[in-house]
Design a protein around this ligand. Structure first.
Ligand code: TEU
Length: 573
């Protein structure tokens, strides 16, 4: 429909600047490197670029620990470089969204330095969560932490400050102290900073763990799982007591002045469908869409580093639940990949030489034909894979390094821990983008901060652009289809064959303004063996809009053969 917001027909491309393109040879990607690759993105057809953080940071968590919200880290460039990039993005008719990390700052941010060094009675003490040791304990000793919560990055969620004898809360690394959003001065400082970037021309925000900013102020102990050491604090900080109040306030104070232009997406670990409907209901004016985590946690056992096999019906059902849940009210984001997830073709597809391209394009077809705004993560459009990590020394990510240290200290088999890091570690997504088959894949003239995947000699943008059958051109066709066929963005969703272990099939139905009905049928064989897809008689012969297999058989009923990892989209009017 025409009165729908622009982002319902948009595709967002996520850039992890550190690993995208390096222009000055220091081995770290930067803003001018992105500037030099804008044509690749414009030709792909994406509408929005989301940059992971580029602000000054000690890089304890690769920039998700910000020490100055108003600057650009020198390793990425200058504010002038940023303004030039923003103008170039706008010149190409694209928009640029920043990564807003305001659940926590770096412990080197002046706010935290003042809060810590100002002592218990200092003026900024209540900008963060400071608490004395648990009553009856010796401050600074194990078990004296104010509550029993664990950090997402292993260990306790509290860091002891010798000077004051108190602890500060950090849900992530000890160098990422949580801001106290109960304090209106904190919220106003965040809103002022957001307005400053919007007035600079930025087109919105991806909001890092924004559903964690409201905590139960009593910070109660969580239940300790039988095999765990730390309490589960999530009931007290996931979608906490005042989260909707805060996001509604943020909308009034920041977004209301720019109603049509912006895209806001809240990253929300642990969010439920019911909560997501509240967050994304336009009538509530909170956020446009959320990143939920249900489908990327189905293969988690006891946590992400305990991977377990995933059956296709579970994955299909998960996405279908969110389609139904946000079908009438609210809006979905759609993703397989980002800088925190392993590469989808390795995790959900088959990244071997025979099936890599077709499994990557099958996964893309299925995702992009769901209802919601798709997010393409850098390199996903090239079918980039997980990388080989020989030993723990090859990893850079604090989440992986902390997990390895804690698990091995707790007696886990180091080889098993290493296998889990290889499968699920975030560094898999952070190896440099593979631009060509030259040394370091054209990412840098220097030594990359994280080695380039050796398979860049075959898997790279230059080869992909030159090959009409590449993953790249399939993404380009999927994005173009979203821009031309309204049923892709606005059609409803019906899952077919829910229990089939290999075939993913669903329909989309859209009634246009003149009463015409468009229906799409998506069929995909998510396995390395041939399969036969049941096809209702009234779909036989329907035109094929997109296929990932040049030898695709005509659509016949009662069944149509599908090659391994074959995916196709048909339309009937
Ligand atoms: O991620 C939040 C988050 O929940 C992830 O840490 C996720 O739990 C895990 O990585 C996947 O198993 C955001 C950012 O995307 C991430 O890069 C940061 O490390 C984190 O917040 C802290 O800012």
């Amino acid at each position: 429909g025409t009165d729908e917001p622009w982002w319902k027909t948009a595709v967002v491309y996520q850039i992890y600047p550190r690993s995208f393109a390096d222009s000055d040879g220091d081995g770290i990607g930067d803003l001018r490197g992105i500037l030099g690759r804008l044509d690749h993105l414009a030709e792909l057809g994406v509408d929005v670029l989301w940059l992971s953080p580029v602000h000054p940071s000690p890089h304890d968590d690769n920039g998700y620990d910000i020490s100055d919200y108003y600057g650009i880290d020198p390793m990425y460039g200058t504010l002038a470089d940023f303004d030039e990039l923003l103008a170039a993005v706008h010149d190409r008719g694209m928009r640029l969204v920043m990564d807003l990390v305001v659940n926590h700052t770096s412990d080197e941010h002046p706010w935290f330095v003042a809060s810590r060094d100002g002592g218990p009675d200092g003026p900024l003490r209540d900008w963060y969560w400071w608490r004395p040791a648990r009553p009856g304990t010796v401050p600074g000793t194990p078990g004296a932490e104010p509550n029993n919560w664990g950090s997402f990055f292993s260990g306790p969620a509290w860091e002891y400050d010798e000077t004051s004898g108190e602890y500060h809360l950090h849900l992530f690394s000890r160098k990422q102290p949580d801001l106290n959003w109960e304090n209106p001065r904190v919220r106003q400082a965040v809103y002022a900073m957001m307005r400053w970037w919007l007035e600079r021309g930025v087109d919105g925000f991806r909001m890092d763990v924004i559903n964690l900013v409201s905590k139960d102020p009593s910070l109660p102990d969580g239940a300790v799982p039988e095999d765990g050491r730390y309490g589960d604090g999530s009931p007290y900080y996931v979608c906490g007591p005042r989260i909707h109040e805060y996001l509604a306030e943020m909308h009034r104070e920041v977004f209301a002045g720019h109603p049509e232009r912006l895209l806001t997406v809240g990253e929300m670990p642990g969010v439920t469908i019911e909560q997501a409907r509240l967050f994304t209901d336009p009538a509530r004016a909170e956020v446009d869409m959320v990143f939920q985590f249900e489908h990327v946690q189905l293969d988690h056992g006891v946590g992400k580093f305990d991977p377990r096999p995933l059956r296709l019906p579970e994955l299909k059902a998960s996405l279908a639940r969110w389609q139904t849940g946000l079908g009438e009210v609210g809006w979905n984001s759609l993703y397989w990949n980002n800088h925190d997830q392993p590469r989808a073709v390795s995790r959900f597809g088959d990244d071997g030489p025979v099936h890599r391209v077709r499994s990557a394009t099958a996964l893309a077809t299925v995702l992009h034909l769901h209802r919601g705004t798709p997010y393409v993560y850098q390199g996903e459009e090239l079918g980039m894979t997980n990388a080989p990590f020989a030993s723990v020394e090859d990893f850079r990510d604090i989440e992986s390094l902390n997990h390895h240290a804690h698990a091995v200290a707790d007696g886990a088999d180091p080889e098993k821990v290493l296998d889990a890091l290889r499968a699920m570690g975030r560094d898999n997504a952070r190896t440099p983008v593979q631009w060509d088959d030259s040394p370091h894949a054209g990412f840098t003239q220097g030594t990359p901060w994280l080695p380039v995947n050796p398979n860049h000699t075959e898997i790279n943008a230059a080869a992909a652009v030159a090959d009409p059958g590449s993953v790249y051109h399939h993404y380009r066709r999927l994005i173009a289809l979203r821009h031309t066929e309204p049923a892709v963005a606005f059609g409803d969703f019906t899952l077919l064959l829910p229990d089939d272990e290999r075939i993913w099939a669903f329909t989309r139905r859209h009634e246009d303004a003149s009463g015409g009905v468009i229906e799409l049928l998506v069929l995909a064989n998510l396995g390395s063996e041939p399969a036969s897809a049941p096809v209702p008689a009234d779909w036989a012969g329907a035109e094929a809009l997109i296929t990932n297999h040049s030898g695709a058989a005509p659509l016949t009923s009662p069944a149509t053969p599908l090659a391994p990892w074959e995916a196709r989209v048909h339309r009937r009017r």
